[in-house]
Design a protein around this ligand. Sequence first.
Ligand SMILES: Cc1ncc(COP(=O)(O)O)c(C=O)c1O
Length: 389
Amino acid sequence: MSGHFETNAIREHLERTSFQEHSTPLYLTSSFSFEDAEDMRASFTEEKERNIYSRFTNPNTTEFIDKICKMEGAESGYAFATGMAAVFSTFAALLDSGDHIVSARSVFGSTHTLFTKYFPKWNITTSYFDINEEEANIEAFIQPNTKILYAESPTNPGVDIIDLEMLGRIAKKHNLILVIDNCFATPYIQQPIKFGADLVIHSATKLIDGQGRVLGGITVGRSDLIREIYLFARNTGPALSPFNAWVLSKSLETLAIRVEKHCENALKVAEFLEKHPNVNWVKYPFLKSHLKYEIAKKQMKLGGNIIAFEIKGGIEAGRKFLNSIKMCSLSANLGDAKTIVTHPASTTHSKLSEADRLEVSITDGSVRVSVGLEHVDDVINDLNQALIS
Ligand SMILES: Cc1ncc(COP(=O)(O)O)c(C=O)c1O
């Protein structure tokens, strides 16, 4: 069926079984059985489209993939055990030894590790451009062997924004595959395919799950590229489990309403922080002070739930702030119903030099807040008491 975003998220589901269950059942099965030898042969040669083994496909993962495809406007997709499995498998399936990636420097830490530690082992190299770079300067990084153009928007943890339409233009002009990690936005807020992306990746662990329960990942987009990714994944085994797919597909039913509330709360928290005397700056896509406010407004429906801000007093003030938090959680996840605060300079990015941290917009006093669904006054009160303590 084809309705509005919210309707599809709820009404797109598997065919009912003879029990006429109202809610999609959990197909917790490793494999599927065949009628006879011919049925099995035709299934393996893909003359028949059907489930064979849950490493390849499973009804629950299919439902989850179909929903995300509809939300992103994608032709097809493959679901993974984690967001990183999606990132790794997408590159591994599409790149050959000798290929080159052009990527924004501000990418998630593990993606950066793939680019700098693992891909060079297979002679796959990466050039980084600054997220705020002009179009012509980004193009200057393109080589004859460049195959993929890659970016996140908004970025983790810097909450920087890049113009997706511009990236789409560059990719088309130079015949590159444009891959966008859309994790912070969710398909409710932003659909990169509209701006020219060939593939869109999500860590479903974040706002798609929304309650910090399961890990998951997905890549959706052009069906010829997804076919390659599917074949790679079918043989290497990073598939999403049916149970996690079932949880995530249920979560999508409430994605729109949850994300609306997350963003409403986040904007209020961002506005509060911007006025706070102990805060140097706040970065939130829908604050006018964001360097890319106009671009954020063009490509995003809402500002998301992640805020970066700088506390006055550097690393020590950051640590003190975290120690003074009472209600919010100190946790490595984000996109949860529970508000989570992290201090990247003393935790996730502590091994980087100050100069390297600055290149990805992390200062000593930077704090990242993933605003949850608690009453916003309680979130603000907790942040305030920690800021003034
Ligand atoms: C932007 C982004 N991409 C990818 C990932 C990886 O996802 P996962 O933790 O599900 O492997 C994360 C996780 O935080 C992320 O924030």
